[in-house]
Design a protein around this ligand. Structure first.
Ligand code: NFS
Ligand code: SF4
Length: 657
């Protein structure tokens, strides 16, 4: 970070404090030499507003913004009289609302695509997993016996549409929720009706002068978050599996070394799998390959970044160049001929970095244009128009490369693509696919519990560091880890997504991983695929022996390096579903306020989960393991197993291993 201490005196943060990723570090150094500014350095000159960071500020009307004193939160109220708890709850609610809207809108696009495919209107796509189509349809009460896939699909689309448009009743996937958890929600009045209704109501209730009781607001906040996890996100996952294939373990390479100096390099970065799927067809089109060769390239190299990349890495083994905090850095290689983006987590700063290196920076979605980018709209009724043109633009840039190419050589191989269906199959076998072996191993203590480590990387904390430290500590303590989103890329780069990573584990988990041949860290996919964790956890409850509700399970979640509003929505749907969820970096409430107490304690007393916060990854691990042990104890599974604390020597040994 470049920090101006006093006028004229500049302090530059060493890159080793900014990222644990060698390749990203190398590119930050290069960017600094090239005079190119990235988010890592911008973060130092952009001091966050301390009042805003504590959520002690309200700008919900124009008598404000009203700023309370974080050191004396009850010393003052807003002009309208709003208390600190109202202000925090409203701000938190709007964050959840925005995050939910992002996932739900993505899900709705997938659903419409699915319907158009079923109607036969888009010949480029087809139903790739008919078995899953039948399973999901049957689960939602749609007749499947002797019917054509097309008809089943149209019925399924109609039922799932209620996730978005229904005005009253319960969303379709409420059927998947374990009975006792659903009962808790019904009692609290938080079973989601339809996403549009929940988002609209929450926006209304958080405007000036409406809901001014944080205990009432939290109900609509939870209901909105739940329509993300069990609604928009779950629909997006299930439909994407049906259309593009349900992931099963696949070898994939991660890190900037997946770029190829002598090839036309194209990066897809964003969140919706359809653009990427069509790109896969464009880059093997013989005419385009011939064109690339005529331009002097050895071929066309397509790689992913962020969640788009995860969608296709987990389904097809497409290489992945890096997470959110590496998207600018990767352009500094000079090797990227085109970066095409759709929606979500796309830094506007990419436009100027791309400009510095002559990379074609292309927006494709009518919902997300960026000043200075070339816009080539992706129309799913004619997907190849856009994706072929992207390839042509990339070839053009390859031919006119003006900058020296420097590609950090590192590539980390791993195994990814663990859908909840595959976990079922992997542990139970094809004829007796079941969560029973997982439950048995938890009951007998070989596996202490299950943790989800998910979410972003951020310019406000050392990239990848907490993800990896936390996860190593968890698996050392026999906690099986499920990962998704940018977290999954951090784990891949640390070598934790390989069966060989079993040597990082405690004895029990090691035995299970070795017996099954699986990594101790199972990559699930994009952030919307956190819904796979909900489905898997519901199966664990249904399988038996681990309590009656999701809140009884020895599980915990964590987003150690979060930055997106979407992460808060995800955290809240996990908490409302019954999971203890720890966040790092920062948390948008003030300690010693009633609203903070509600999130960190009160919700658990209502039969849900609760929030936790820690800055240090070892402290995060401690909180999560403590919670898992508490749940084991409540289930009567507390016999044996002491927690293994890593000392410094052991930690160093792990690092060099
Ligand atoms: Ni998730 Fe994917 Fe990454 Fe965070 Fe952004 S890419 S949806 S929000 S930064 S994990
Ligand atoms: Fe201030 Fe109340 Fe307006 Fe918020 S709603 S800005 S607290 S007057």
């Amino acid at each position: 970070m470049i920090e101006v201490k006093k006028a004229g005196e500049v302090h530059i943060t060493p890159v080793k404090d900014l990222t644990a990723c060698d390749s990203t570090a190398q590119m930050i150094e290069k960017a600094r030499k090239d005079g190119v500014v990235t988010a890592f350095d911008r973060a130092a000159t952009m001091k966050p507003c301390p009042i805003g960071a504590d959520s002690a500020c309200c700008k919900h009307c124009f008598m404000g913004p009203c700023r309370l004193n974080p050191n004396d939160p009850y010393g003052k109220v807003g002009v309208c009289g709003a208390t600190v708890d109202t202000i925090q709850a409203r701000n938190f609610g709007r964050t959840v609302c925005a995050g939910t809207a992002a996932h739900v809108d993505h899900g709705m696009v997938m659903l419409e695509l699915f319907r158009q495919v079923a109607l036969g209107n888009i010949p480029e796509y087809s139903i790739q997993d008919a078995e899953k189509l039948h399973e999901v349809a049957a689960e939602l009460g749609i007749a499947t016996e002797g019917r054509e896939n097309k008809d089943i699909a149209l019925d399924l689309a109609e039922v799932l549409e209620r996730t978005y448009t229904q005005l009253d009743g319960e969303i379709p996937f409420a059927k998947r929720v374990p009975d006792k958890t659903l009962e808790t929600w019904r009692k609290a009045g938080i079973v989601p009706r339809g996403a549009m209704r929940e988002i609209m109501e929450l926006m209304h209730r958080t405007t000036m002068g409406v809901d001014q009781d944080y205990l009432n607001l939290i109900k609509q906040i939870s209901r909105t978050a739940l329509v993300d996890g069990w609604g928009g996100s779950m629909v997006a996952t299930e439909i994407s599996d049906i259309l593009f294939g349900t992931p099963k373990p696949v070898q994939a390479d991660v890190n900037m070394g997946v770029l190829k100096e002598r090839q036309v390099n194209i990066i897809i970065h964003g969140h919706e799998p359809n653009l990427f799927d069509s790109m896969l067809a464009s880059v093997i089109d013989p005419a385009l390959v011939a064109k690339a060769k005529a331009a002097g390239a050895e071929g066309i190299n397509l790689v992913g970044m962020c969640c788009s990349g995860l969608e296709m890495m987990n389904r097809r083994g497409v290489p992945h160049a890096g997470s959110f905090m590496s998207t600018e850095a990767v352009l500094v290689t000079g090797a990227v001929d085109a970066m095409a983006v759709d929606v979500q987590c796309i830094k506007q700063g990419l436009a100027s970095v791309a400009d510095c290196y002559g990379t074609k920076f292309i927006t494709t979605n009518s919902r997300a244009k960026i000043e200075g980018a070339l816009h080539i709209e992706f129309d799913e009724h004619d997907p190849r128009f856009c994706t072929d043109l992207i390839v042509e633009k990339a070839i053009e840039r390859f031919q006119n490369r003006k900058h020296p190419v420097v590609i950090p050589p590192r590539v980390d191989a791993g195994v990814h693509g663990f859908s909840h269906e595959y976990i079922n199959y992997m542990l139970g076998g094809i004829f007796r696919g079941s969560y029973q072996p997982l439950n048995d191993n938890i009951i007998n203590g070989r596996i202490r519990g299950v943790a989800g480590v998910v979410g972003c990387t951020s310019a406000r904390t050392k990239q990848d560091f907490s993800h990896v430290e936390l996860t190593k500590e968890l698996i050392k303590n026999n906690v099986l880890v499920l990962v998704s989103g940018c977290a999954q890329i951090a784990m891949a780069k640390a070598g934790l997504c390989t069966p060989e990573a079993a040597h990082f584990c405690g004895q029990g988990l090691k035995e299970v991983c070795e017996a099954v041949g699986m990594p101790p860290v199972l990559g699930l996919g994009a952030c919307i695929d956190n819904s796979r964790i909900l489905t898997a956890a519901s199966e664990m409850v249904r399988t038996g022996g681990l309590g009656q509700s999701l809140a009884d399970l020895p599980v915990a979640g964590c987003a150690p390096e979060f930055m997106s509003e979407k992460a808060i929505a995800i955290g809240q749907y996990f908490v409302a579903s019954g999971v203890f969820t720890v966040f790092g970096v920062t948390f948008p409430t003030m300690e010693k306020t009633k609203f903070h107490e509600l999130l960190f304690k009160g919700l658990e007393e209502q039969g849900m989960g609760k929030w936790g916060f820690a800055k240090d990854p070892h402290e995060m691990a401690r909180l999560m393991i403590e919670h898992i042990d508490k749940k084991r104890q409540a289930l009567g599974l507390d016999k044996g197993r002491e927690r293994v604390l890593m000392d410094m020597a052991e930690r160093r040994a792990l690092e060099t291993a």
